[in-house]
Design a protein around this ligand. Structure first.
Ligand SMILES: Cc1ncc(COP(=O)(O)O)c(C=O)c1O
Length: 375
């Protein structure tokens, strides 16, 4: 078997080329390259897809998160230095968004089965300074959002969700993007719905937060639709994090085809569950009430590095999400001594297997055969 890639963007994106060129020509003729009709249409489509009232397109998920925290500061519900409970086991961007908004991340250990934030551990960390919970849907599996919301209600906390990896995931048939106070998405090229560059979005049912983020993404300027209505009035200290027309156009094209791609990801996950039979490899734990977006299929193995090497020897690429937990990164050295043993253990034992729509059945079969031979 020739090399099986961890992901193959050129092969996946090929089918969009023709329509993308058409969109490019249309946008060029329109002369409006940033937050025009394409961005507005995509925002409407994505809000509808998620079942939320509002969607704002932004530059990336990091900004989506940061601007969400800033919007609650503008509303006076969170203040500089307040504490945000964050999963210790996540990609560092989730945590950097908290520090970038001048808030204090308080690390919470994960659940040993799902690797998502452990709700029991959240409860233990709540104190007077706690103002929000950052829920991350790691690998595409929703966090325990309804349990988290119950706690948030009791202690008057905001729930900000990082769904960078979880487009189309559901809890009891309710889509991610319609559950938390604010949900943040990434359309980084390798994500389940990926642009041809950076892009992100926020969905919310809160009209106030929606209006503030819409303004913040454009230097805090009062929103306008037609250029002739622009007043150059700036209400907030905003940033430049706008969704451009080309990215919005490709995202609209991709949103249409996404349901069938998500089905393919689900098919691959089922195939792995049914056919990987090796006591050394622990398969992911999925909450039965949840519909997983299968951005990543992450197995656990005490001999992880050996397993990675074994796959490599058979030309199968794998990756580790993530090899160094955020609190062990030099960037966050002030947290390096925190006792986060489970997070550290997980980072040493996890391995992500290929899972993407263009992965062929024959390749899948070969990956499973290779995994089952591992000793
Ligand atoms: C869990 C998580 N949060 C946040 C981000 C940041 O997304 P972006 O690159 O769009 O800023 C990522 C991207 O990899 C992610 O996986």
């Amino acid at each position: 078997m020739k090399n099986i890639k961890f992901y193959n963007l050129p092969a996946f994106n090929k089918k969009y080329e023709k329509n993308f060129i058409k969109s490019f020509k249309k946008i060029n003729n329109s002369g409006r390259y940033i937050i025009g009709d394409n961005a507005r249409n995509f925002e409407k489509e994505y809000a509808k897809y998620c079942g939320s009232k509002y969607c704002v397109g932004v530059g990336n998920c990091f900004d989506a998160l940061k601007l969400s925290f800033i919007s609650y500061q503008i509303l006076g519900e969170i203040k500089t230095g307040d504490e945000v409970l964050v999963p210790a086991n996540t990609y560092i961007a989730s945590i950097l968004a908290v520090t970038a908004a001048n808030l204090k991340p308080v690390f919470v250990e994960p659940d040993n089965e799902t690797f998502n934030i452990n709700v029991k551990n959240i409860r233990k960390k709540i104190n007077k300074k706690t103002k929000a919970i950052l829920a991350v849907d790691l690998y595409g599996q929703p966090a325990e959002l309804f349990e988290i919301k119950k706690l948030a209600k009791k202690y008057k906390l905001k729930v900000i969700e990082d769904a960078a990896q979880a487009h189309g995931a559901k809890i009891n048939n309710k889509k991610i993007g319609s559950i938390s106070d604010v949900t943040c998405f990434s359309f980084f090229p390798g994500k389940n719905i990926g642009a041809f560059g950076d892009a992100g979005a926020v969905t919310t049912n809160d009209a106030k937060v929606y209006r503030i983020i819409k303004s913040l993404r454009n230097y805090g300027e009062q929103d306008f639709i037609n250029l002739k209505d622009r007043k150059y009035k700036n209400i907030y200290k905003g940033v430049n994090s706008r969704l451009d027309e080309l990215q919005a156009a490709i995202l609209s094209l991709k949103l249409k085809t996404y349901p069938s791609e998500l089905k393919r990801r689900q098919f691959i996950s089922k195939y792995y569950f049914k056919n990987i039979k090796n006591n050394l490899i622990k398969l992911p734990s999925v909450n039965k009430k949840f519909s997983h977006a299968w951005h990543l299929f992450v197995v656990r193995c005490a001999k992880r590095d050996k397993l990675k090497l074994h796959l490599k020897k058979h030309n199968v690429q794998s990756m580790i999400h993530y090899p160094i937990p955020p609190h062990k990164q030099s960037a966050l050295k002030e947290y390096k001594k925190l006792p986060l043993k489970l997070t550290e253990k997980i980072s040493k034992e996890i391995l992500s297997l290929p899972i993407y729509p263009t992965l062929k059945n024959q390749e899948l079969k070969f990956i499973v055969k290779t995994l089952n031979k591992f000793k």
